[in-house]
Ligand binder design. Sequence first.
Ligand code: 6PG
Length: 238
Amino acid sequence: MRVVVHPDPTGLSEAVAGHLSERIGEARERGITIGLAGGSTPAAVYRMLGERSVDWARTDLWLSDERWVPHDHADSNGRMAIEALGPEAGERLLRPTWSERLEPADAAAHYEAAIRAVVADGRPDVTLLGMGADGHTASLFPGTPAVEETARWFIENHVPKLDAWRLTATRTLINASREVIVLVTGDSKAETIREVLEEPGSGHPIQLLTEASGEVVFHLDADAASRLESTPVERPPD
Ligand code: 6PG
C-alpha cells in the first residue's frame, strides 16, 4: 500500500489523469478494464483525462458503484463520468440497467454478469475508489450487509442513512483488482484517513483494502493528509 500526497486537488487530479492515460496507452494492444469511482472527487480526474488524446478503443469502463436512479438523473455516477470523460469514452462505459419496473437486486446481478464478460480473468486492471468521512468506499457503508458480501462481485445495498438503494462492487471484486487507486481530498476526511491508515482494525469499510491482491495507492491532497502521523508518504515529482 502506497500513499501519495499532492499539494491540492488539482495536482492530485492531474497526476491520476496522467497515470490513467499512460495505463490506457500501454494496453492499446491487449485492452484494459477500469472501474470508475463515483461521487464528486473523481470528476476533475475524468475531465482532465477526457481532455487528453486517449485511444479508448480497447478500454472497458465500468462503475465501482452506482446510485439506484435513472441514467439521466443528477445523482447518477454514470452520468457524471460520461459528462466528464466525454462521448468517446462514454461509449466504453458499461452501466447498470435501471427501470422503475426492475428491482435493484436484478440490476446488480445483471451488471455483475456484464462485468464478468469484460473482466474475463476475474481481475480488473484498475479500480478507482473514493472514501466518505464515515469510512465507506464504493457503496459499502458501515453497518450495511454488502460490506461483508464475498460470494458476489456486485450487489444491491440499501443504505439507511441515505434511505436509498445503491449498487456496489463487493470486497471480492475490488480486492481482485491488479491496481486500486483511492482518491481522497479535503480536511473533512483527514481524521478518517488517519484512522484507516494508522489504526488497523478500526472498522472502516475501506480497510477491506488490507486484503487486496494487487497494488493499492491512496492519492490524498495536503488537507486530507494533514493528520497523518506515522504513515510513510510519497510526494509527486516537481
Ligand atoms: C458514491 C461514491 C462514494 C464516494 C464517496 C466520496 O457513489 O458516492 O462512489 O463511495 O466515492 O462517498 O464521495 P466524494 O468524492 O463526493 O467526497
